[in-house]
Write a new protein. Structure first.
Length: 358
């Protein structure tokens, strides 16, 4: 099958949507398909993709009002040249630029909704089929009136990603321990403020504990100021962007994802593969990433007290912590890149067989 993925950018700086799209494309190429990306000028993963035989068209410009129309016509040129059997859009702007031409040429369009918290996320449903990353996201689309016949849920998978070394080959990053780690965008939606508050409770009881925050984002200065004002300021560490966060995960004692809202929590699959004892918010798609709480402790969102209690329970009981590490590793086949890619291919086959737009 000839498959064209479209993204606004191919940045390799910690964007989960880009990471997932790259994983799927490489897995498809390894399975014998002809695969290409249509993307913007940011090279990012371009070298890696080309090394696997995935073609990259950098025809999409930065999305400004002035160049939307030229970018759309350049996209048309790629469709005519590459002649895909299916187009897979991972971002809203990319979909909107290309969908007029897929309709014109009768090419099935797949939308992939990675983040439901964008106010205009429903526009992704203009595609012929919409892949949602969790049952929670699918329900959100149903609530907005998107027909169930258009929706297909494919859980995210990162286990055995071609982008990163095997866990057994990775060298742990040295951390001061006991180490509490989060890997997340530095935003209020990811619950960073609540995590810092929870750590103040933890740190008051465990004088050796340290909190590590890996990630970037426009709200990072706000959290750095919050940490600077905290009595635990000397034990809160901002690490910025980390190209391979699993090196941190295998060194940590507890991994935390304190999100207020989260479509799935892609990083949780990575943490499970690394064998982390996990604490995460009981919101949206996060329970699906943790097998309903079987693979990690779920706590109410926006509750520093509950978050702190769960973290303390793991840090103060070695046997309990080891038990949760063990449980994190059960059922990982459900979160492999190979499983995710095969389910994506099933959606492609469905639309190609149905001759949508033809």
């Amino acid at each position: 099958m000839r498959i064209l993925h479209i993204l606004n950018r191919l940045s390799s700086f910690g964007n989960g949507i880009v990471n997932l799209a790259v994983d799927v494309a490489i897995e498809q190429k390894k399975a014998g398909h002809t695969v290409a990306f249509l993307t913007g000028p940011d090279g990012g993963y371009e070298t890696m993709l080309r090394s696997f035989g995935v073609e990259v068209f950098k025809n999409m410009q930065e999305q400004t009002l002035a160049n939307l129309l030229p970018a759309s016509f350049k996209s048309r040129q790629v469709l005519r040249e590459f002649k895909p059997d299916v187009v897979h859009a991972h971002m809203q702007t990319a979909l909107l630029l290309v969908i007029p031409w897929t309709k014109l040429y009768g090419i099935p369009m797949i939308g992939h909704l990675h983040n439901v918290h964008d106010r205009s996320a429903h526009r992704m449903s203009w595609a012929d089929r919409l892949i949602t990353v969790s049952a929670s996201v699918q329900q959100s689309m149903l609530d907005l009136g998107v027909p169930a016949t258009k929706l297909r849920t494919v859980l995210n998978g990162t286990v055995r990603s071609p982008r990163v070394p095997k866990i057994s080959d990775q060298v742990p990053e040295p951390l001061l321990r006991p180490a509490i780690l989060t890997v997340a965008g530095m935003s209020h939606r990811k619950g960073i403020s609540e995590l810092i508050q929870a750590f103040e409770i933890v740190g008051a009881q465990l004088s050796e504990a340290h909190l590590y925050l890996a990630g970037i984002g426009p709200e990072k200065p706000l959290f750095e100021q919050q940490a600077a004002d905290s009595p635990m300021r000397d034990r809160i560490h901002f690490l910025g962007f980390t190209p391979n966060p699993q090196r941190l995960m295998i060194s940590s004692d507890v991994f935390v994802l304190a999100s207020r809202r989260d479509s799935f929590g892609l990083v949780l699959a990575e943490a499970r593969e690394a064998g982390c004892a996990i604490v995460a918010s009981d919101v949206d798609g996060i329970p699906e990433a943790l097998d309903g709480g079987e693979a990690g402790i779920l706590v109410p969102a926006q509750s520093p007290k509950d978050l702190a209690e769960a973290i303390l329970s793991l840090l103060q009981d070695d046997n309990l912590r080891q038990e949760w590490r063990r449980r994190a590793g059960i059922g990982l086949e459900r979160f492999t890149v190979a499983r995710m890619t095969e389910e994506v291919m099933d959606v492609y086959r469905e639309v190609v067989r149905s001759d949508i737009n033809r």
